[in-house]
Design a protein. Sequence first.
Length: 305
Amino acid sequence: MRIRVLGSGAGGGVPQWNCRCAYCERVRTAPSEVRPRTHTSIAVSADGDRWLICNASPDIHHQIEAFPELLPHDGVRGTSIGAIALTGADLDQILGLLLLREDKSLRVYGTERVRSALHDGLRVLPALANYGGVAWESLTLDMDCSLADRTGAPLGLRCRAFPVAGGPPPYAGHRDQGQLGDTVGLLITDALSGATVAFVPSCGALTDQLTELLSTADCVLFDATLWTDDDITVLGVPGRTGKSMMHMPLAEPGGTLDQLRLPHGRHILIHINNTNPLLVEGGPEQRLAASRGWEVAYDGLELEL
Ligand SMILES: [Zn+2]
């Protein structure tokens, strides 16, 4: 199984267009010290030919151009994107669907809660029906689903959506809160080799059940939005704490580095906000994360399991 990190930044990317915080400015002036990052998304393939894209980010055009394996292999028009799977319905996770509207057979996997937000809340699925349309496939929580490509042929991958602490996207926030399936992680298994990768770009809290599931994966890509709960407020942006956005901090007592100790495999931090000091290459935060067994994802990182 091959994995390519298409993007590793949180909402707004790094740098964010309306931000002159210390880290955004360092990307602009010293990109060797703080790398630019597009919105978080990964590509996974069992055969190296057809790819599953996890989350359709607003940067998907740029991400495809940066990874030519996603371009058509044969003929003038086409794509090597076999299917898309979603971990939620927030704009950073789905805006790419609009950008792929030229596609005539886009197959998209997500939970029923995500489908309902996109259909009834954002009305993006009815809008796309006037273009190429989306072939929606609902994922049942905690059940393995064999994935198919755009033609219906097996992708050689299984996908299990598992609930994580989160909520509905802000545009659907008036709906019933606290329902499972608004925010999920994805456990993707190579049907042939059995290799597994867990993709959890957003997580508000750890449970024993989640830790147990992540302990089984050969590779875990996990939410690294914030270093401390108040990364953003200390920069002068009121109200935006990790708790309010349902992202666990990395470095606080009870945070991810403390709580999430995994016995084997590769552990990679992803979905890094532009206010997070973990962005500084070789800085004390990256060294502390490394000492706990965590690598830091970057755009273009490739893994083979
Ligand atoms: Zn910034």
